[in-house]
Design a protein around this ligand. Structure first.
Ligand code: OGA
Ligand code: MN
Length: 298
């Protein structure tokens, strides 16, 4: 059985086959997946009914794990591993949670275009989302290729954003949704970080447009001007030509590269169960971040 990759769109994404994710991958399989990630940025593995332990073991072979937003809001766990994100609308007993349950409120921000943990340094590299239960309709996950977005930028926009940095903040998307009940300690738990709007993806050498809802403003511009620019860039980056929409089936595992893509969940009927589990690796050995002077720590 050898790993093969079949492109999902003319731009990015591929369906992978020829591997059983219940077993830790061999070094050559890790290498093949890393190479395919550099090229396709999103890989879909169908028919992989992995356990939580198996997902953790598989993920760990790709690098150190990220816990992301749990640094600010570490709440009651339903899953076995602290490093697994509970991407579900379920309460502790496995029933559908009420609409104001913290898990539903918290996961709602996943429905806005973002790159996982772009609000921290180091940010996330790979996210691995495993599907357990899907609702009868909706609840897809969409991806956008930020390298294609950069390639498609008009020349005058490229010139305008060259050298600019955006500041990213963990609670920005939550505040946007009206989820504001955080203490000062939670607000301070994840220091803000700045990333260039134009970055180079190390694996593919391609330039990319690094935006998303964790970006609060553009350094050196007024907040309103920066937000309007970020909103225009996000609209450009997520246009249908640069998108892949994944319709989930139980047993799917989708891996995406947070350095080169954005993603968002789509709305679904919150009275129906949707259950996915996410494990995430840290982008541990990267360059380019700068801490905002006013919040820099010694
Ligand atoms: C995530 C995420 C989107 C979805 O797990 O990081 O953004 O469709 N999920 O639930
Ligand atoms: Mn996400």
């Amino acid at each position: 059985m050898s790993l093969t990759f079949k492109p999902l769109t003319p731009v990015f994404g591929a369906e992978a086959s020829g591997i059983d994710l219940r077993r830790p991958p061999a070094p050559e399989q890790v290498e093949a997946i890393n190479q395919a990630m550099d090229q396709y940025a999103v890989l879909v593995f169908r028919g992989q009914p992995i356990s939580q332990d198996e997902q953790m073991a598989f993920t760990r072979t790709f690098g150190p794990l990220d816990i992301g937003f749990k640094k600010a809001a570490n709440r009651q766990m339903r899953l076995k591993h602290f490093e697994l994100a509970d991407i579900s609308n379920l309460a502790e007993d496995g029933s559908v949670a009420s609409r104001d349950h913290f898990r539903i409120v918290n996961n709602m921000a996943n429905q806005l275009w973002h790159s996982d943990s772009s609000f921290q340094d180091p940010p996330a590299r790979y996210s691995m989302l495993h599907c357990v239960i899907t609702p009868s309709k909706g609840g897809e996950t969409e991806f956008a290729d930020l390298r294609a977005a950069y390639d498609g930028l008009p020349d005058d926009w490229r010139a305008e954003i060259e050298g600019l940095e955006a500041e990213h903040f963990a609670l920005h998307s939550r505040f946007m949704l009206g989820d504001t009940g955080y203490s000062q300690a939670q607000i301070d738990a994840i220091p803000r970080v700045r990333w260039p709007l134009v970055r180079t993806h190390p694996g593919s050498g391609r330039k990319l447009l690094f935006v998303g809802v964790h970006a609060t403003h553009v350094v050196g511009l007024t907040v309103p001007e920066g937000r309007v620019l970020l909103s225009d860039l996000l609209e450009h980056a997520t246009q249908p030509a640069y998108r892949y929409r994944h319709s989930w089936q139980p047993g799917d595992l989708v891996i995406w590269d947070n350095r080169s893509t954005l993603h968002r969940g789509r709305r679904y009927n919150l009275d129906e169960k949707r259950e996915l589990r996410r494990s995430t690796t840290l982008d541990a050995d990267h360059a380019e971040a700068s801490a905002p002077a006013e919040t820099a720590t010694a």
